[in-house]
Design a protein around this ligand. Sequence first.
Ligand code: HEM
Length: 504
Amino acid sequence: MDEQINYIDSGFLFGDQLFYPVAILLISSILAYFLYRNIIAPLYYFQRLGIPSPKQTPFFGHVLNINRDGFQHTYLNYTKQMGPVYGLMFGRVPEMVISDLDMVKEITVKRFNQFINRAELINLPKESPFYDGLLRLRDHQWKRVRGLLVPTFSGAKMRQIITIMNNISQGLVDRLLQKCQQDGQIDIWQAYGQVTMQIILAIAFGVESHGHNGSDNLTKSARRITGVATRLIVLVPLFPSFIVRLLLTLRGKGRDDATFLRDTAMKVIESRRAHGLSSRKDLLQLMIDAGDNGKLTDTEVIAQSIVFLIAGYETTSNALAFTSYLLALNPDIQDKLIKEIDEKCPDENAIDYDTISNLTYLDMVLDEAMRIYPPAFRFNREASEDITINNIFIPKGMTVTIPIIAIHHDPKLWPNPDKFDPERFSAKAKAERNPYSYMPFGVGPRACIGMRLAVIEAKLILIRTLQQVRFTVVKETPIPLKFRGGVVTSPKNGIRLGLTSRNV
Ligand code: HEM
């Protein structure tokens, strides 16, 4: 019996001897691998490529350095410190930031075929309403859809849309005049946000949203969707994509909002099909027409409507708010602009595409405002293969970010870059400058498809506004402007401006 016990004991002993050391070795190897992959390797990633990279925090990389005073400052400051090519780490996701203009040209235009796609932060499920949208589409699918949609943004098509935009902007003008009679102040950022939201819902969803206070469900859903899309995305690279998808699923609201928007657009499409071709030539109808005969499915059309809302609403309203802010701070420039509007566009009922295009000083003012405060402060491309440009090796799959904000504030390209000076955009000054030094809408075949629409919309709203009111600085006006985090440049707490009516 004793012998047996000894045998069993020694058996256990023998098992322990192997089990524990093996288990410990296994666990420590897994830990070591986890440590190496997530903490050590990212620290030396760019060093191995021979590219400078600012000091980073283990595991987080450079994520902890963003968002303190707006994401755009991260790119602005790092580019000043690190130069035209450097690397950032978002968790374990590397990103090369390139502001060298020759390289930007190579990436966005000359070697476009090796940089067709944007970096994909999350693997969206096929059923996501964003899946088929231009922002995410890749390779030949993107080429097919973009090719079909480009004509819907032509000058001729924009002429038809202007009437819808002009009618909607009347609500804004009424509100501004009312405010002049009351306290003579307004949060102009919020006011423009309402009107640009109404416009995008009207032209991309075919739905007139009622109530200037934005209380209707459609506006609420659209606001929440753009809010989630532009803010949450900053944190995405920190987590594995399945966790992000889980978080988004748990945040059911976002999904419900997207479904609500999708269903609304679907109902409009079905109703238009049932009643024959619509005479209302909004973006939705132009897309339905462009996709006829099976070239675009209804799902693809709706995905674009949702993407236009996300890409086009806040960017346009921010561009308007920043321009008005800069005009309030620079009354001489505002006077000169008002003079041009009074001379070339005195009648609010006779604003058409040609009149708008004829206001050269307005063009210069808007361009300069988007230089100082580019509503989209960066864009990216993904390398589809290993590639060397100007002796810099860019590995396959690398996200290459072009920091618009840093290029727009480079003192070598823009002397005294913080000064608001529309003369920088005179025809002569423009002709003398490298065209890649200004890119608020991105560059190359994948640049913003909505640029013409955005510019016409912003100019129309500025004309209608400045025909009636003048902007001033009040004690609540934020000087300097503060920004909030997110993927577009947005003011932190709105922009309060004074208003005086021009009719008194
Ligand atoms: C002032 C307003 C706007 C600004 C500053 C802006 C800026 C940008 C930028 C920088 C990009 C990335 C370009 C690139 O990767 O090279 C972009 C892409 C895009 N924008 Fe805009 N945008 C504005 C308004 C609009 C509007 C009104 C729409 C639609 C109605 C729109 C739709 C899009 C779409 C769909 C893309 C993706 C294009 C593609 O991948 O093919 N944007 N925008």
